[in-house]
Ligand binder design. Sequence first.
Ligand code: F6P
Length: 329
Amino acid sequence: MGKFQTQIRKLGIYTSGGDAPGMNAAIRAVVRIAASKNLETVGILSGYLGMLDKQFIELSPRGMGNIIQRGGTILKTGRAPDFHKPEVRKVAAENLKQAGIDALVCIGGDGSFRGAHALWEEHRIPVIGIPGTIDNDIYGTDRTVGFDTAVNTALDAIDKIRDTADSHDRLFIVEVMGRNSGFIAAWVGLAGGAEEIFTPEVNTTVDKAVDRIREAQKRGKKSSIIITAEGQKPGRAYDLADAIRKKSGLDAKVCILGHQQRGGSPTANDRILASRMAGAAVETLLKGDCDLMVGTEGNQLVLVPLEEAISHEKKTPLDYIHLANQLAT
Ligand code: F6P
């Protein structure tokens, strides 16, 4: 955790990395809470890219009308691979200081937090992180903004796929997002009644999946759904379908849900989470504390050092996958 003495007058806010539903609700809440404490808020467009190009815009509380229900991010987002270079971060820090920005709220995932932590460490720019990613893969928080919406979007698709799978007695492989993490897969698999769940962290094998489907068929099950995260080990969904076909002769239809999981109107849970985290972010900065992420533990908000959040991996709880397996009889 960092401590600073400077009085904040102008707050900078940016969204960075993959967009997530609820980011707008967080931006709205930061701007409005900051205004209620007599702070100005400046929006930095396209994450670190805008910090480097001086893409700064004024944000007014009234201007935040009608965005709470919108997916995506009104501030745009981007990935800035060059930001890992200290000389690039120095340019960003100079731009921020020149614009009179005293402190930052960063909404994003672990890559974004790495940049934020470095801005504090190297240039003493106070920053607070709000975890915003559909992947829910940030250590130190039970939930990230966007996860609940993404799970519900994927679940809605799976329910529809189930109708056609059932009508044709088919096996479907549905690929959900999660390059390095199986949270969406585990949640959607359990909530959607999947036969098998493949995630990057769990060593589910094609053999095991085939056995499970064969056993289910013997029990009279005619259609099945396998959920797979995009980063799981046997490969992407089409590779998995090939491997299953070669192993068993079972023909699997593949459906890749893709980026639709990142869009759409945020659920009530995500709007509330974003608004609560935003409130805590502004309050924390006003106390002179920084280099922290606002997280949740159960339903409580907690503050976690950014360094801790970026240096640990958060693993998908295996009990969700085991329970889904148990229930798929
Ligand atoms: O937002 C997280 C995530 O959706 C990952 O699950 C996925 O691998 C990645 O972003 C894809 O991001 P992009 O298409 O923007 O590179």
